[in-house]
Design a protein around this ligand. Structure first.
Ligand SMILES: NC(=O)c1ccc[n+]([C@@H]2O[C@H](COP(=O)([O-])OP(=O)(O)OC[C@H]3O[C@@H](n4cnc5c(N)ncnc54)[C@H](O)[C@@H]3O)[C@@H](O)[C@H]2O)c1
Length: 357
């Protein structure tokens, strides 16, 4: 387990990972690491951020959530309704450089999750995506460089930056050729973190997440996570439209598994300057996924329809990850079977429907 502070050489690793490397992470490595530590989560009122906050509170951290609550994005105050007395919340925009300069001060860990996450929106309004996912990342890193160089940062990257896979499963050495503006900006955002790690010794790790699902994701509209939207339709006993033949393969992570990866990455010195894929245990076709979802909900139906042209243009076809590196270095692997994760998610939305619809 590492501490904050220390010398440049200790804080920063330029180690090239290889298959023969030791496994550093183990089951409860981070259990004591966050007690009384100051932790900032950008995008903390969103889906992954609020689930992470819940874990950090359990681990005894002093948690500060920063979120802009931009309408139609994933931020939702109900996501922390059971945590309100245990976390601090600052409604601020990561595009505001002055706010960020102030907010990063004195933090031990920074989970950098704020993002414009809609691929479709990034094509319709590329400048907003550029400002949030790219330019603001520099604000945050510059704020750390000047006001808190000892912080450890974990950045939420995405499998979208690979684009349409050249081979499967996709590992971290796969060429980056994103199919949309969001993928390009997230790629730049990720690499700013790695460069600041390597040049300024601001410890940073990037996790390239695959489709993440679970309680508290946005299901108000279908421009963000598609699985959230499918869950909503199935619960409402509506028709789910599957684009194409439904045979596209995807992998999924339950949000608790992603939180586990974020915490491991934050506390593992061997992860500094490194990039890790996260991935599901088994790829599944969209058709099989929808059938499983309908079975779990007991409601809903589906129809195969042609791809809308604007979706087809940015579709990546089959995708699933090779997460061997995360397994070896972080000791991480997905633990929640898809059926179990979906059952928990559906139960959550049935109970809390009014706060998410
Ligand atoms: N959910 C997934 O499947 C997935 C997959 C890959 C990567 N990611 C990445 O994980 C991160 C979190 O995603 P999520 O699924 O929790 O989405 P989310 O939309 O629920 O959370 C993002 C949060 O960031 C906030 N935000 C957006 N713009 C902001 C700004 N300018 N200033 C401050 N806050 C702002 C939003 O209000 C929202 O609460 C994102 O960076 C996303 O790119 C998510």
């Amino acid at each position: 387990m590492e501490t904050t502070g220390g010398h440049l050489a200790e804080r920063c690793t330029d180690k090239v990972w290889s298959r023969g490397d030791t496994m550093f992470g183990s089951e409860h490595d981070y259990e004591a690491a966050f007690r009384e530590r100051r932790v900032l989560i950008t995008g903390g009122l969103g889906f992954i951020g609020s689930n992470l906050a819940r874990w950090l509170v359990e681990l005894g951290a002093k948690v500060l959530l920063v979120d802009s609550l931009i309408p139609y994005y994933g931020g939702n105050l109900f996501n922390i309704e059971d945590l309100e007395d245990q976390v601090r919340v600052n409604i601020a925009d990561v595009r505001d450089e002055n706010s960020m300069r102030y907010l990063v001060r004195d933090q031990d860990y920074l989970f950098n999750l704020a993002g414009q996450v809609s691929h479709i929106d990034s094509m319709q309004d590329p400048y907003t995506d550029l400002d949030i996912n790219c330019r603001s990342q520099l604000f945050i890193l510059e704020a750390c460089r000047h006001n808190n160089p000892d912080v450890k940062i974990v950045f939420a990257s995405t499998r979208q930056i690979y684009g349409k896979p050249d081979y499967l499963p996709v590992d971290e050495r796969h060429l980056l050729h994103p199919t949309d503006v969001n993928g390009i900006n997230k790629m730049a955002g990720e690499w700013y973190h790695i460069v600041y790690n390597n040049v300024y010794a601001i410890r940073a790790t990037s996790l390239r997440m695959t489709n993440t699902y679970g309680p508290r994701m946005l299901v108000k509209h279908n421009r963000q996570t598609f699985l959230g939207w499918l869950i909503r339709l199935a619960i409402d006993d509506e028709e789910i439209q599957i684009f194409g033949d439904g045979q596209q393969l995807r992998d999924f992570n339950y949000v608790d598994d992603v939180v586990d990866a974020l915490l491991r990455a934050a506390t593992n010195g061997a992860a500094n300057g490194e990039i890790f894929n996260l991935g599901g245990d088994q790829p599944i076709s969209l058709l099989d996924l929808v059938e499983l979802l309908i079975e779990i909900c007991g409601t809903g139906r589906y129809k195969l329809v042609p791809f809308p042209p604007e979706r087809k243009a940015i579709d990546i076809g089959d995708y699933y990850s090779n997460y061997f590196k995360a397994q070896q270095v972080l000791g991480w692997e997905p633990r929640t079977p898809l059926r179990e994760g979906l059952e928990r998610t559906v139960a959550f939305y049935k109970k809390n429907r009014e706060h998410y619809w």
